[in-house]
Ligand binder design. Structure first.
Ligand code: COA
Length: 374
């Protein structure tokens, strides 16, 4: 079995960003207009008014301060309330592939690799722009990579599951180097008209290059010590959109369940112990004491969740920098969150330092990747 390293990462961050103040202003204008439109029904008690959103609630409940998006104007227009992205011809690069190419170009440069040295592309994300042909194959062609590509989806855990899939293929010899990309256009599956979740998501793309350790030459690289994945079925985070939609009466209409929805409080309570247990068991099985960890790069959904997981795993309050959060600037970027944190906060670690990349979310799904700085 070959050893595997992460030899490069890349992050594509959309230029446009929405602050909580801008978001709340747009939502409250939408809510006020809707309430005025339905004033009679509200007065008659046959309809509930839409409650207003508040900036202080968003920061207190989640830690999120702003989010990057591909299209700001559509999201903030109270008459639209979703991103507006022009349709592309089949001959043009699709949106997800374009984001992935940008993140991948950075990852390849950091690893000192060219496309001809890569054997495969995995596109691991919560949503794919179309069922087929795979986005990964389009990225493969755009970058000039030979070999193969495929798409996979494990919602917010897609990247860590993608790392495990790539690492297993490299370990066993079916590929020498694999590019794993996570283009997440969360703004397009978020219901911006629902105050319970309108602040949650942002758009981004991350890329991770995994290589056989004996072939890698990048100055900054991390050996993959071990990976572990876990899934447990739950309906508490769900999106019912899918290809059977048009076969069912009424399903083509504007339905709430055709976008992301969750029981946020239940998710918070149920997922924290599952994640902490998985990381602790994974570390114990590798004979690594939590005290020997230099860093936790956690999924970026909620600051409170991360604080609790940090305490449970380390057995004490994490020190500043031990558990970097990026969600204040990016919001929840689904599978990309823990990889953004890893990409931005790992260069300073000394050789031999140990850390855990961990994602969690819908499914439920949890992925843990123990890494050691080479
Ligand atoms: N502005 C003001 N008030 C709001 C609001 C908003 N935007 N959204 C909800 N509220 C209100 C609720 O209506 C509720 O009011 P009530 O007490 O009168 O019923 C109150 O604030 C608390 O709402 P709740 O949804 O229970 O808040 P919370 O503290 O659980 O925070 C989340 C909500 C979503 C931030 C939090 O539950 C969370 O992050 N959960 C984990 C989600 C997760 O990891 N998901 C994975 C996704 S991939």
């Amino acid at each position: 079995m070959h050893k595997v390293v992460i030899s490069g990462t890349g992050v594509f961050t959309p230029e446009q960003s929405i602050s909580n103040a801008e978001l709340v202003e747009a939502f409250n204008t939408f809510a006020t207009r809707q309430n005025e439109l339905h004033a009679d029904e509200i007065a008659a008690g046959t309809r509930e008014p839409i409650a207003m959103s508040a900036e202080d609630f968003i920061v207190r409940a989640s830690g999120i301060e702003r989010r990057h998006v591909l299209n700001k104007s559509g999201v903030l227009d109270p008459e639209i309330m979703h991103p507006v992205l022009p349709e592309r011809r089949d001959e043009e690069l699709s949106v997800m592939a374009e984001m992935a190419v940008q993140a991948a170009t950075d990852a390849l440069a950091k690893a000192g690799r060219t496309a001809s040295e890569i054997d495969a592309v995995i596109c691991a994300a919560s949503n794919h722009e179309r069922p087929y042909p795979a986005i990964a194959i389009e990225v493969q062609q755009a970058l000039g990579i030979e070999g193969f590509g495929f798409d996979m989806n494990v919602a917010c855990s897609s990247a860590t599951f993608g790392i495990q899939a790539a690492a297993d293929m490299i370990r066993s010899g079916s590929a020498r180097a694999i590019l794993m990309v996570n283009p997440e256009i969360c703004s397009a599956h978020l219901e911006w008209r629902d105050r319970d979740c309108h602040f949650i998501f942002g758009d981004v793309c991350t890329a991770v290059l995994l290589e056989r350790a004996d072939l890698a030459t990048a100055p900054d690289r991390f050996e993959i010590v071990s990976t572990r994945c876990l899934t447990q079925f739950s309906n508490n985070i769900r999106n019912n959109n899918g290809f059977l939609r048009r076969t069912r009466e009424g399903h083509m209409s504007d339905r709430r369940d055709m976008l992301f929805r969750q029981e946020g409080r239940k998710v918070f309570k149920q997922v924290v112990p599952i994640v902490a247990d998985l990381i602790l068991t994974h570390l114990a099985d590798e004979n690594i004491a939590p005290a020997h960890l230099s860093r936790l790069w956690l999924h970026q959904a909620n600051k409170g969740m991360n604080d609790l997981i940090g305490v449970k795993v380390l057995g004490r309050e994490p020190q500043p920098g031990e558990q970097p959060n990026i969600l204040q600037d990016y919001a929840n970027t689904s599978s990309a969150g823990s990889i953004i944190a890893f990409s931005k906060f790992s260069d300073d670690l000394a050789p031999g330092s140990l850390g855990v990349i961990c994602s969690f979310g819908a499914g439920y799904s949890v992925g843990s990747v123990i890494v050691r700085k080479v």
